[in-house]
Design a protein. Structure first.
Length: 367
């Protein structure tokens, strides 16, 4: 009798495990696992196998693992959804940068040339200049860390992207992005949209830059050196530009010296606003700095310190000048009103006229 009961319990356990595995398989079109328990052992293989011209999400589940590879989502493959098992344990990373050959060895103290995409002897030779490059529209990802190992290890330039977006309607939830210089480049097309929620972005030099309408909500911007600069947008005429809503500006001990800048204008007439931001580290009194363009709007509303006190924004930079011997000069406001701040909503920026709603994809992060 006891033997039969034990056999029954074991059979039930086996059936429950099989059912759980089947449920997982049914929820995704492909599973990536380094141990061979999925359909593919690397992320790029799963993307390559996805059909072209999808009109609905093609969901790829990535099990915990350290995936050292470059990942490229072609323009022909829209609606790729890349879902990690756990943000801290599902890592896509590679060591690369776009630096040119140094004239002398002493010109390369950080050893960047050894992993430059221009070095014929480097593993990264002729790779794209980012760990992940998304060309397809409607890309979505959650619970994954994207890391450029050169940036996080060298803590130095040159440019070393972890993420580059070229497609429209990209969204990220509960992800991490880490490098040093130019961590994340957004699409340079003003009409493109990007939604980023509950994510962590780390860097030191222009580590969120490019164009498009981008809404970052409840994100942490983590600075890893003194005098870091967070954004360097190049908008021409976006509807909203870069919008940071309910975000946190934080950093290490070096970044906490009070010299971090919120951004600088890379090209054209960029726009960036920080709304209801908590500054866990003190930033430079002027807030912003020059780079060569005149911003259409570099502003804040309701910025607060780590204790929740409203910051004095009266010394924020409002006058800018361009490049050259006779640079253009211009100004923009450093603050916006409460009424203006109300325009910067998910519905206005992201859903817009076509009702795109990436929040519908977002699930609670894995524990």
């Amino acid at each position: 009798m006891k033997h039969n009961l034990l056999t029954c319990i074991l059979l039930c356990g086996t059936m429950l495990t099989a059912c759980a595995q089947q449920k997982e398989a049914d929820a995704y079109q492909a599973i990536v696992a380094q141990d061979g328990s999925g359909d593919y052992t690397n992320v790029q293989a799963a993307i390559d196998a996805a059909p072209d011209s999808c009109l609905q999400p093609w969901r790829i589940f990535v099990k915990n693992g350290s995936y050292e590879e470059q990942v490229i989502v072609p323009q022909s493959k829209p609606y790729i959804h890349l879902i990690g098992q756990d943000k801290d344990s599902t890592v896509i990373h590679m060591r690369l940068n776009v630096g040119g050959k140094p004239e002398k060895p002493e010109d390369d103290p950080s050893g960047y040339w050894a992993c430059s995409v221009h070095n014929p002897d480097a593993q990264a030779y002729q790779h794209e200049g980012s760990v992940v490059l998304v060309k397809g529209d409607h890309f979505y990802s959650e619970n994954i860390s994207y890391i450029n190992d050169y940036g996080t290890e060298a803590h130095n330039g040159p440019q070393a992207l972890a993420m580059k977006i070229q497609g429209d309607c990209a969204a990220f939830y509960n992800c991490s992005f880490r490098s040093f210089q130019d961590t994340w480049m957004t699409s340079t097309k003003d009409e493109h949209r990007l939604y980023v929620k509950d994510c962590y972005i780390e860097g030191a030099v222009d580590y969120f830059y490019g164009g498009g309408d981008a809404l970052l909500e409840n994100c942490t911007l983590y600075n890893v050196r003194d005098a870091s600069v967070i954004v360097a947008p190049c908008h021409t005429s976006p509807r909203f530009g870069y919008v940071f809503l309910n975000c946190i500006v934080d950093g290490n001990a070096e970044a906490a010296k009070g010299n971090v800048k919120l951004g600088r204008p890379w090209h054209n007439s960029p726009r960036a606003v920080y709304l209801h931001t908590t500054m866990r580290i003190p930033i430079a009194e002027e807030g912003w700095t020059n780079m060569g363009a005149i911003p259409a709007l570099f502003a804040e509303y309701d910025s607060r310190d780590a204790e929740g006190n409203i910051l004095d924004l009266s010394h924020r930079k409002t006058e800018y000048e361009g490049r050259g011997d006779n640079p253009a000069k211009g100004s923009c406001p450093a603050t916006i009103s409460a009424e203006d701040a109300k325009r910067y909503t998910y519905e206005n920026i992201i859903m817009a006229d076509d009702g795109w709603n990436p929040r519908a994809y977002m699930t609670e992060p894995s524990k």
